[in-house]
Ligand binder design. Structure first.
Ligand SMILES: Cc1ncc(C[n+]2csc(CCOP(=O)(O)OP(=O)(O)O)c2C)c(N)n1
Length: 318
């Protein structure tokens, strides 16, 4: 693989991590519009690996834990930070916050605070692509908890019957709030779950960005050539609590430490260093670049105005 591509993947992984770390700092300073903020620290390789496999015309749909999906799709950090702070210059003019950012100009059809709510939207987008022959593939990100919702099964079945160009990506971060996924699902293998719908399925190490990228390239190619949906189960871990204020008392320190050992950024950085694709100087330069980008985003958001009270009901209903 080209050196530039590999280093860019690492940059993306770090950008997702540092953006969310910065978001948590801003939250602790009391500057976010809402304390409802789900971060995906630990899960970065899934968003980055999948989005790297996409073409310009493709779509993604996202979840309540969706900052990483938007950044990996090329979202604007300034508008994201402004939205988090409830400012008029934000993605939803400050009305949506963390869980509802959308950028149709880059094929991001929206995050969704309703668990599973966007799975039908993804299938609808894929149906549109099939009818209009626009050559786009839709990626649908969701968590393990969403696979226990009725809409998941209905949408999977319909996408399979109509052979739609959609890729279902389950970010199995092991928990739905405090519920471990082996208590909500009897069949842990996604390749076998996919068989029940008559579609292709694959399980992938969600901490290994290149493994995720390979699985996504394969699934996207399959969808684009008319061979229908794929279900990818990317096995990963949420390092922090479900949301702010969750101390994760339902899991052991040993389990957490085992997953920290397989940190997606540490793993990929070490791989690139071993292969002499990356030097310490380059690594420092990446960190500095990201630091600058985040400072700019925070400055922009802080300097932006809140929406006026008179405009409160604009853009809320269509
Ligand atoms: C339909 C619906 N039910 C319940 C909730 C409350 N809720 C928010 S996040 C969440 C857990 C979702 O778990 P998962 O899909 O695994 O995603 P994760 O939070 O692990 O990323 C729940 C139950 C919701 N937002 N929507």
């Amino acid at each position: 693989m080209e050196r530039k591509f590999l280093v860019d993947l690492l940059y993306q992984l770090l950008l997702l991590r540092r953006f969310e770390e910065r978001t948590l700092e801003v939250l602790m300073q009391g500057k976010l519009a809402s304390t409802m903020c789900h971060v995906s620290i630990g899960q970065e390789a899934v968003a980055v690996g999948v989005c790297a496999a996409l073409a310009k015309q493709d779509y993604i749909t996202s979840t309540h834990r969706g900052h990483g999906h938007l950044i990996a799709r090329g979202g604007d950090l300034k508008r994201m930070m402004a939205e988090l702070m409830g400012k008029e210059t934000g993605y939803c003019k400050g009305r949506g916050g963390s869980m509802h950012m959308t950028d149709i100009t880059i094929g991001h059809l929206g995050a969704n605070g309703i668990v599973g709510g966007h799975i039908g939207i993804a299938v609808g987008a894929a149906l549109y692509s099939k009818i209009s022959k626009n050559d786009a593939v839709t990626i649908c990100f969701f968590g393990d908890g969403a696979t226990t919702e009725g809409v998941f099964h209905e949408a999977m079945n319909m996408a399979a019957v109509w052979k739609l160009p959609v890729v279902f990506v389950c970010e199995n971060n092991q928990y739905a709030m405090s519920l471990p996924w082996n208590m909500s699902t009897a069949q842990p293998r996604f390749d076998l779950r996919a068989q029940a719908y008559g579609i292709h399925g694959v399980d992938v190490d969600g901490q290994a960005v290149l493994a995720v990228y390979d699985a996504a390239c394969d699934a996207v190619a399959r969808a684009r050539r008319g061979d229908g949906p794929t279900l990818i189960g990317a096995h990963t871990y949420r390092y922090l609590g479900h949301s702010r204020g969750d101390p994760s008392a339902y899991r052991s320190k040993q389990e957490e430490n085992d997953w920290y050992e397989r940190d997606p950024i540490k793993l990929f950085q070490a791989e690139l260093m071993t292969q002499q694709v990356l030097t310490d100087d380059q690594m420092n330069a990446i960190e500095q670049r990201i630091g600058g980008e985040l400072e700019e985003a925070v400055r922009f958001a802080e300097a932006s105005p809140f929406a006026s009270v008179e405009s409160a009901f604009q853009d809320v209903y269509a």
